[in-house]
Design a protein around this ligand. Sequence first.
Ligand code: G6P
Length: 369
Amino acid sequence: EQIEKGGYDHFMMKEIYEQPSVIKDTYRGRLLANIGIVQMSGVEDNLEKFLNAKRILVVACGTSWHAGLVAEYIIEEFSRIPVEVEYASEFRYRNPIINKDDVVIAISQSGETADTLAAIKLAKENGAFVFGVCNVVGSSISRETHAGAYTHAGPEIGVASTKAFTTQITILTLLALRLAKAKGTLSNSDYQRYLLELELIPEKVEEALLTNDIAKKIAEIYKDASNCLYLGRGYNFPVALEGALKLKEISYIHAEGYPAAEMKHGPIALIDESMPVIVIAPNKGHYDKVVSNIQEIKSRSGKIIAVVTKGDTQVKALADHVIEIPETNEPFTPLLTTIPLQLLSYHIAVLRGCNVDQPRNLAKSVTVE
Ligand code: G6P
């Protein structure tokens, strides 16, 4: 097992560090940025289905559901197709409206999650076209779907999903770009700019991994916290949810992810000097509004750990700790902002003596309801 961990103490850490290479493996042969092409055989063969879709429904569970939320922002922005994201467990039992011209995307690392599988069957019975995004080749979901694209993350052993999440986002970004090209919903220059930037993401993830030391130092300070709040907006709202999920899964600290602007509708009541608040604040999108949230947290003595873009000055002046990630286009920020949050959870869990790779009560693949 020590050999399989490749020199790391835990599978989770190994898998976090594999992200630059597996993101590259996931877009290899599919992203041909220099000639302006994005291609995935499962999409090419069914392009009409996607182009005729009145909407896309995403079904998934856990971390894969968070990847679906990021995809909602990216697909709607790039290709202007309405997207709805559902917990597979809710979808399967609520008599949902499914139309023949809906495309259903099922996201699953293992390809075995019982609720997701049931949601797929229901969608198929109602005539929808179902596209799978799975990591495990030959898994039940990959067989049950009409078509799909594999993430090339390689085996993920740590129960808390890391590299599966970023490779799922990679596939869904490729899909959004492919559809944008076919529909003409992005200008040529934006399309080309996104392709070139996506190609650079593995290097930037590599750079984001350099935040490991600072994440460890911050972990030492906050390892005994009983609660943590994660805030983000836009593309980084799902990252806040995923950051909170990672922390609770492996460190057993209660954590909540929230859209930053919703803080005033509840979570703000919890903020005092014993509440660490992790704010995802890249210099894009709603930066100024997130800065105001940070001011509100500060005035209530909350401890602020901010994930910012390299060179940031405004948040740095307010936050207790900042973690810097490289600059990128707004839609791609989740692929970078999520890295220090994975590292932070990892170090907190290790310092608390938790079983990082196999947290209590959790299973890697949930094949029962
Ligand atoms: C379990 C795992 C999670 C995972 C979820 C969905 O809860 O512990 O890491 O996100 O199932 O799994 P899937 O294999 O469908 O992505």
